[in-house]
Write a protein that binds this ligand. Structure first.
Ligand SMILES: Nc1ncnc2c1ncn2[C@@H]1O[C@H](COP(=O)(O)OP(=O)(O)O)[C@@H](O)[C@H]1O
Ligand SMILES: N[C@@H](CC(=O)OP(=O)(O)O)C(=O)O
Length: 242
């Protein structure tokens, strides 16, 4: 089994999602089963992105519980869209959201901690080969949806990889992999093919790190193999292996 995480740019539109579907087909071929973790579609300005949903009312900023519910709509919609497009492409899949995912979120709204009950997810998956999980969120014991901080779909992917003992957590981003610096800020940044968790740590200080800091630190502690690569191509990207 492999966990494949598709970020906001990867699931932005039907053309980018065709790449995601191609990666999922390959994931099935190479790993047998795929759990796809999806982010909200696109970036600020795109209608269903997290930033756009949080602008639905300026009052959301003062109501964390309501803001988490508004933000969650982005990942849930993204699951629905990818699931339907996979089915149209002939790939049977199970929608794994709410209690079906086995993912719980406790603690403060906006910065909750995530836990995954792998047995619960596998029960929902049944004999299916592809599951679609909304990243970034979970439900607390009080029944309220909570989100795990910006970039939190990365955390969902590594928490699931650990709980399910997956072969790796594979991240599909808008960069070819992990580079020596953010390529948006440093045009001389160079690709790194293999690195250690320790070498990743200094790169997490970037204003917008390539992987959510909480997710990277969790992966290092839990020794989850990470593979960071471009959603749009087949280049090998970056491996971080224990
Ligand atoms: N060292 C780095 N290597 C590659 N990308 C980096 C690095 N540091 C920061 N970034 C930024 O990380 C972004 C990818 O992360 P993110 O936007 O969270 O991906 P996604 O939303 O697809 O999961 C890139 O667009 C890039 O600007
Ligand atoms: N959609 C959430 C969660 C996330 O991880 O998104 P992305 O994978 O696009 O960074 C956010 O924007 O924070």
């Amino acid at each position: 089994m492999i966990i494949q995480k598709f970020g906001g740019v990867a699931v932005r539109d039907s053309a980018s999602r065709e790449h995601c579907i191609r990666h999922i087909r390959r994931g099935i071929r190479e790993h047998g089963r795929v759990i796809a973790v999806v982010s909200a579609m696109g970036r600020a300005g795109d209608p269903y992105s997290t930033d756009s949903l949080l602008c639905a009312s300026r009052d959301l900023v003062n109501s964390p519980q309501a803001a988490d519910l508004a933000a969650a709509c982005g990942e849930l919609l993204s699951c629905a869209v990818l699931s339907a497009e996979l089915a149209a492409a002939g790939i049977r899949n199970e929608l794994l959201y709410g209690t079906r995912s086995g993912i719980t979120a406790e603690g403060p709204f906006r910065t909750a901690g995530l836990r995954a009950d792998g047995a619960r997810l596998l029960q929902s998956l049944g004999d299916g080969t592809v599951g679609i999980v909304p990243g970034f969120l979970g439900t607390g014991t009080d029944g309220f949806i909570r989100t795990a901080g910006r970039g939190g779909s990365d955390l969902t992917a590594v928490v699931l990889a650990k709980a399910l003992d997956a072969d790796a957590a594979e991240f599909f981003k808008d960069v070819p992999g992990i580079m020596s610096a953010d390529p948006d800020l440093d045009p001389k940044a160079e690709m790194i093919s293999f690195m250690s968790y320790a070498e990743l740590v200094p790169l997490l200080a970037a204003a917008r790190p390539v992987i959510q800091k909480k997710a990277a630190l969790y992966a290092a502690r839990a020794q989850v193999p990470l593979h960071i690569r471009s959603y749009s191509g087949d280049a090998q990207g970056t491996w971080i292996i224990p």
